[in-house]
Design a protein around this ligand. Sequence first.
Ligand SMILES: *Cc1c(COP(=O)(O)O)cnc(C)c1O
Length: 369
Amino acid sequence: MDAAMRWLNWRKPTGCGKTISGEYGHCGALFYREQNVIDLRSDTVTRPGSAMLSSMMKAETGDDVYGDDPTVNQLQDTLAEMSGKQAALFFPTGTQANLVALLCHCQRGDEYIVGQLAHNYKYEGGGAAVLGSIQPQPILAAEDGTLPLDVVAQFIKPNDIHFARTTLLSLENTHNGKVLPLDYLQQAMAFTREHKLALHVDGARIFNAVVAQGVTLETLTRHCDTLSICLSKGLGTPVGSVLCGDRDYIEQAKRWRKMTGGGMRQAGILAAAGLYALQHNVERLQNDHDNAAWLAAALRDIGVQVTSQNTNMVFAAIPAEQAEPLRLWMKARGIALFTGPRMRLVTHIDVDRQALETVVREWRAFLAA
Ligand SMILES: *Cc1c(COP(=O)(O)O)cnc(C)c1O
C-alpha cells in the first residue's frame, strides 16, 4: 500500500458521540466509522473500494469551472450519450442537481407539481421555494409510485392572475424503491406535451430501474426533458450527481450551478469514481435487488411484518415500542438500522448475503429475548 492509499484508508475517529434526533433517527458518528458495521440505513453509506480509489488517484484533472477537466468532461459526455440527451452536468450532490433543474425550468412565481413524499419536495429544505421563489404543488403518489395524471390535470392552474403558473411536472424514479412503469413514463411525457409542461425526473436511483426493467437508460430518459442521477447511492461513489438535458438547458444550469456554489475545480478525481461506477457497478445492482428480496422473505419467516420490497428497499412495520430496543440491540452487534414503526432497510454494494444472514439471526435473537 503506498502512502496515498494509506492516507485514503485512514479514518480519523471524531470522538463525536453526538446524537442527532429526527426522522432519520440517531447517529453516533464514531460507531459508523468502524469498518465492519453492517449498515442498512441507506445506499448512501457505501465507501469507495480500492479499485475505485485508485481510478480516482489516476484521474487527469483540470479546472472544471473553465471546462478544462477532461475526466469531468468524459463523465458528462458518457451520461449525455447514455441518456440520449444533448448534454450533462456534474454536481456535488443530488439536492443541488434537483434545485438547479427547478431553477432552470421555473421562473419566480411558477409552480411545479410533485409528489407529497418526493425528495425534491420534502427532503431538500424547500430549496425551490426558498431560493427560486418557485411554488411546489404537492400531490399524493399512487401505490405504484406514479403521480396519477388525472389528478395532476386537476392541479394545473388556469392562466389567471390569481394563480401561480404551472410549468413543470416532477417525477421520481425509483420512488421508495418502486420502478415507474414504462407505459406510465410514455403517458406522462405525452400528457406534459399536451399541457405544455416540462417534465423532470429525479432519477437519483434511475439505474436501479434500468437494471430491474432490463432496459437501457435511454429507454427511460426519452420520456423526460431532464433527469438527475445520483452516483453516490447504489453506484457506490463517495460524491456526485449528474443532470442531463438539452444543450441550452445545461448552459443555463451551469450558471445556476456556479451561483449556488457548485462550480468545482479539479473535480476529475470525483468524476473518475463516477466513470468507474458506470463501468463496474451498474449490473451488480441486481445483487442488491436479489439481496433485498431475500431479506424480505427471511424477515417474514421470523415473523417480522414486511410491508413491501422493491428493488433495493425493504419496508417493515414493527411495534413502536420495539423501535429503540431493536436499534440498540442491533447497534451492540455491529448493525446499523433506522428503526421506527415504519422501517426502511436498504441493500447496497457494502452488504453481502452473509451480512444479511447475520442481520436476520440477530433480529430473531432480539425477538426471542
Ligand atoms: C438521495 C436523493 C436525492 C439527493 O441526493 P443527495 O446527493 O443526497 O443530495 C435526490 N432525490 C432522491 C430521490 C434521492 O433519494
